[in-house]
Each structure stands twice: as C-alpha cells, then as structure tokens.
Design a protein around this ligand. Structure first.
Ligand code: WT7
Length: 648
C-alpha cells in the first residue's frame, strides 16, 4: 500500500466540473434525498414521456426489486444521436484508426445518425422485433457501434460477444438469448492477426438447433471470401444500400432491456447481465461527465474492446450520450510495438485516456524508451479499470504517459454495476496509487465480515452496497433466481460484489480482489469452474482444479492441477493438447499458464476441493498456510508442494 497523496493540481481543479466541496455536497444530497437527486439528474436525458416516479427499489429478502424512472419513455439511440444533430451535427463522433495505422476514418454525428437509421431499417426488414435479442460478434470497427445503436433504436436488446471468443462461447450465448439474428464481419484484424469471425459464427450455428438462426448479417471488412449460406447470410453493405436512411426511434420504457452482456461467475455457465434503458443511460452519461471531467472538445479514448462493459459504457453510451468525440482503435494499443499508444495519443490529440492496468504493466515491461518520441501534450486525464493497479504501475503511468501532470482515476466497477461505483473525481479527489478512493453519487458501500456484520471505520472485509443505483443490472437473463442467489443471498439485504476491499483511515477504498472463484486475467473475468469443466470434458482428464496466481503482467495467471484418467501418460505433449483444448472451448483469454499433474487433489472429508491450499501452492506462498489436518488425506499437500511447477 502506498499512502502518498496526489492532490489535484489547482490548474486542473480550476477548470474541472467539480471540486472537493462540490463532491461532498452532491454526495450528501444524493444519499439524503435520492429521489430528489436522481429526479433532477435524470433530466440530463431527452425523455419522450417524462417520468413521474424516480426510484422504486428494494434489496430486502423476499422483496428484491429494482426500478428507476419506471414510467418514463425514451430511446438510447435518440439520446446518443438525434438530439445532438441540431447543435453539433457536424462534430466528429468517432475517430477510427485501423490495426494498420494507415487506415483512418472519421464519422460525424450526422453521418453516424444516418448510418444507424439505415441499419435499423435493415434489421426491421429482417423482421427483428422489439424485445428480441440480437447477437453482435464484430471487430473494432465503427459498424459495431452502428449495430448497437441500431438495435437500441428499434428496441432490440443487443448481446455483444467479444470477437476473441470461440464458436462454443458464441453458441451458448446465442442459445441463452434465443437470438435469431447474428451480426458479424468476414474477418477481424488485431495486431496483424486475422480472426475468421464469419467462420466462427458458422461453427457456432452448427451447434444450435436447426432454424434458430434466421439471418447472419456480414459486414465485409477485409473482403476475403467467406462461405455463404443462401437465404440466411446477408451482406451488410448490400443490405444498407437497399433501405431508407431515415428512421424514427422507438419510444422505450425506461425499464425495457437495452442490452445483455455475458460475464463469468463462480459457476460454469456465464450469465447474461441485463441492463435496462433509462437508469443505465442516466448513470453512464453522468459518470462520463464527472469521472472523466467531460468537456465538449475532449477526445476520449477508451482502449477496451467493445465486447466488455467498459467499452459499452465509455466508448459508446456514456460519451455519445454527452455528444463527445471518441477514438476507436481496431487493434491492440501495444502493437506493432509499445510506442503505438503514445503515437495514437499524439496523432489524435487524445485528451482523456482510459485503459487497464494489464496494458500499463505490459508497456512498463518494455521500458520508457518506447516513449522517447511521445509528446503527450494533449493529454489531461487518465483512467484505469478492470483490476487492482499496483502502485509501481500507477506511478509509471503517471510519470511516463501522464508526464506527471495528468490526474489518474482508478475506477472500480463491474459488468453488473454498469459504470463506476468507487472512483476519484479528478478535480476533487486527492488520489493514492492503487486506491479506488470514494463512492460516486448515490453509492453506499460497506464492508462486512463473513457473518455479514458491518465493519465500521478502517478495516477489511467483503464489499457490499446497501442500496440500488440507476445503472444496476436488473436480472440474469432468463434466470432471475440466479440473480437473487448470486448477488443477494451471501449477505442478506445487500448487493454483494464478490470483491474484498480495505478502507483506510481517510475512508478510501482499496480493492483486494475477488473473494469468490472468479479469476481476473488481464482485467477479464473467468470462472475457475468454466476452465475446469473445459478440462474435464477432455477424455484424458479425470479431475481438475484451477486457481489464479500473481502474474507480473496479467495480474493473475491460470494454474491448473490436473488428475489424469487411469493409464494416461502425463506427457508435455498432453499439456500442450490440454492447453489448446481449453483455448478452443473458451477462447485465448483462457490460456493456461501452468499445468501440474496431480495424482490427488486436497479434499475435505465431504469431498470438497480445498482451493485455499492450491492457491497458496501455486503462489509459492506458505505463510498462513492454514490447517491441513481437516483434509481427508493431508499427505496430498506434501506431494503437491514437492511437484510444484514454477509458472513462467
Ligand atoms: C471485476 C469486474 C471495470 C469494469 C470492467 C471489468 C475487478 C474492476 C477494478 C479496480 C480493482 C477492479 C473487480 C470486479 N475490478 N475494476 N479499479 N480496481 N479491481 O468488469 O469484467 O465485470 O470485472 O473487476 O474484481 O469485481 P468485469
């Protein structure tokens, strides 16, 4: 822990949207009279029908419900596009840079509006109806934003699947959402590597019931030929050429679904996190304004892929709702070399940069030399999200990218929360390297011990929230019971984040990481159960236990203990096969770093695997190892320690 305070500079604070007195005043208002507070701030959107009810929420056992602005009507696409046309139609909405930097494109709000309307008409012509889930599996090209906003425009919730995911992952999500239309591209390009997106979709469809998928819309991106299925596949460009480019946005109820986004939990099946329209948009646009100190000439670059919530909220909905200019990059910010990110900041005059600690650590590992040419004059504010940032990486970011001038907002949030919950406000909060600091307006965090008792003052515990906020997820798609069980049953009457945290003497929150069986690999969530079930689906594997261990760049690496079936030879070749097998099932994020053959796993007498010990062994950390005498066979531990493999 690093307790050095970095107060905002007077120059920054002077121009900032809010200072520390302002923060405390607004925070207090938001907690004392949430109805009044959100009633007022909800008006930042354009409502077709104004709401009269602001908040109708409860976390009380047996009566959990979450409704915001429930009798209001609006459209998210209208808020991101139409209402800017009169005042700033010619302002650039998207600056796009290809994987190959010689490909550049800008799109104004007017052009974006026209293209979204056009694509909405394509969806309508294919019979997409209000409420029907549309799957999007696209590379980082402007068309993915167009597709999302077109869905929002006609009231069809989108379900974006990260383009790095495998056909298996696509199939299970498409099935869960009962989606009939998939939007994809022929191929994606990242860091010079081509991903056969359309072919992956075809493979996914093979796993689904025949006839589920009625239409696959294919954006011709690289132009390389893909296999075509007549009467099902439709070329994006051709389809757009045939429809009108005007469309009136559908009036949606505030609580109508806006999108689904799948994320890993502690059980095998990823869950479809459902966000609705009004509350999500109010809270994302408001956090964009305050956390990123939005000014109308900002150039806002969020480096996250659109397959994650970070980009949903801070490349698409938050900034566009506020009429901002966003940068979108097709490729990887450190490819072809570490200097790329600095070149892009300078080239596009980026003012606000939002990225993940894992990228910062990767850049740091390359050394500051990659930034000799970097000027960074345009940059004024930087953010991080997705995982705890270690103080060294924070300081490096501050010094090398931020030139010791730009404040850093370390924003804690989740797919489930829609937008930041614990975060500094850059003109207000004195930051500390590695601390997510203080709650945003309307957010009531608490730490509780394992019995659910609230911990007052400085201390460490499970991070929970005692009341709803507008962009809270509403349900697990198709499984409301799972929603209540996952988030509200561990600690009754609270929303439980699954994270542990510490609060210091200044009331600042420091996230210590997940306390459940969820890994955070390079800022991406992965359930240990998902990896285990992929492993045991291989015929050679009898049993598997997967844990995370500290990894210099990825934050957490994946360490797998594998018990083979009888008569299977434990060879290096098999390790390779299993690694590939898991990647094939779950995608490249799930690349195992280490496999240790484990003839036995440590289990309780009732047969439960004791991961606590496995985590300790993987981390090579035997302090507070704990009592292994309750194990069915304590000798198993000795054996595992003896055969431990040092991860790369
Ligand atoms: C999990 C949520 C930020 C949205 C993108 C990730 C971890 C997130 C921080 C942070 C420490 C963080 C938590 C959380 N996390 N932000 N600033 N400091 N940890 O969303 O994939 O739903 O993952 O990421 O463990 O629970 P996600």
């Amino acid at each position: 822990m690093n307790n050095t305070l970095f107060p905002p500079t007077p120059e920054f604070t002077q121009k900032a949207n809010i200072d520390i007195e302002g923060y405390h005043a607004l925070y207090q208002q938001s907690i004392e009279s949430p109805e009044q507070f959100w009633g007022k701030h909800g008006k930042r959107l354009h409502w077709f029908t104004p709401y009269s009810k602001v908040k109708n929420t409860s976390f009380e056992k047996g009566d959990i419900h979450i409704n915001w602005f429930e009798d209001g009507q609006l459209n998210a696409s209208y808020n991101c596009l139409d209402r800017h046309l009169e005042t700033q139609g010619d302002k650039i909405a998207i600056i796009w840079e290809g994987d190959d930097a010689s490909n550049q494109q800008t799109i104004t709000y007017r052009q974006l509006h026209e293209r979204v309307c056009q694509f909405a008409n394509v969806l309508l012509s294919k019979g997409v109806t209000k409420g029907e889930v549309v799957t999007i599996y696209m590379p980082m090209v402007p068309e993915v934003i167009i597709a999302m906003l077109a869905c929002a425009r006609i009231g069809a919730p989108h379900s974006v699947i990260f383009a790095g995911f495998s056909p298996d992952a696509i199939a299970s999500r498409v099935k869960d959402g009962n989606s009939k239309v998939i939007i994809t591209a022929d191929e994606g390009v990242r860091g010079g590597r081509i991903t056969p997106l359309k072919a992956n979709v075809d493979h996914a469809i093979e796993q689904l019931d025949e006839g589920q998928i009625e239409t696959v819309i294919v954006y011709q991106h690289t132009g390389n030929s893909a296999i075509w299925v007549d009467n099902r596949d439709l070329c994006w460009q051709e389809a757009c050429a045939q429809v009108d480019h005007t469309h009136q946005a559908e009036a949606m109820n505030a609580e109508d679904p806006l999108f689904l986004l799948y994320t890993s939990g502690s059980t095998g099946q990823p869950k479809g996190v459902l966000h609705t329209t009004g509350g999500y948009l109010v809270y994302t646009s408001m956090t964009h304004e305050y956390v990123f100190d939005y000014k109308k000439d900002d150039i806002h670059w969020c480096t996250a892929d659109v397959g994650w919530i970070t980009a949903h909220s801070f490349m698409v909905y938050g900034p566009l709702c506020n009429g901002a200019t966003v940068v979108m990059h097709e490729g990887i910010p450190n490819s072809p070399s570490a200097s790329r990110i600095g070149e892009m900041i300078d080239r596009h005059n980026v003012t606000v940069l939002y990225t993940a600690p894992t990228l910062i650590r990767a850049l740091m590992a390359k050394g500051a030399d990659s930034f000799n040419e970097y000027q960074g004059d345009s940059l004024r504010l930087m953010g991080t999200a997705g995982e705890p940032i270690n103080p060294q990486a924070w300081l490096w970011y501050h010094e090398v990218i931020g030139k010791q001038r730009c404040p850093i907002v370390d924003t804690w949030w989740q797919t489930e929360t829609g937008a930041p919950m614990l975060t500094p406000l850059p003109g207000a909060t004195a930051t500390k390297p590695g601390a997510a600091t203080l709650p945003f307006f309307g957010i009531k965090p608490e730490l509780v011990d394992n019995d659910g008792n609230i911990i007052e003052g400085a201390g460490e515990g499970n991070l929970v929230f005692t009341g709803s906020w507008p962009s809270q997820m509403r349900t697990v798609y198709g499984n409301h019971q799972r929603f209540e069980e996952t988030y509200f049953s561990t600690f009754e009457n609270y929303y439980f984040s699954g994270d542990g945290a510490r609060r210091d003497e200044d009331g600042y929150f420091w996230i210590t990481g997940r306390v459940d069986d969820v890994l955070n690999v390079s800022g991406h969530r992965l359930g240990t159960a998902e990896v285990e079930s992929a492993l045991v689906s291989h015929t050679t594997v009898a049993e598997a236990a997967v844990v995370g261990y500290p990894h210099n760049i990825k934050g957490q690496g994946i360490y797998a203990y594998v018990t083979l079936t009888e008569n299977t030879e434990p060879t290096d070749e098999l390790k390779h096969t299993l690694t590939q097998w898991v990647r094939q099932h779950l995608g490249a994020l799930a690349t195992l770093d280490t496999i240790q053959w484990a003839p036995d796993l440590p289990k309780t007498r009732s047969g439960k695997i004791m991961r606590r010990f496995l985590r300790k062994i993987a981390a090579n950390d035997y302090d507070n190892f704990g009592d292994s005498s309750t194990l069915a066979e304590p000798a198993v531990i000795e054996q595992l320690i003896e055969n431990r493999i040092s991860p790369p």
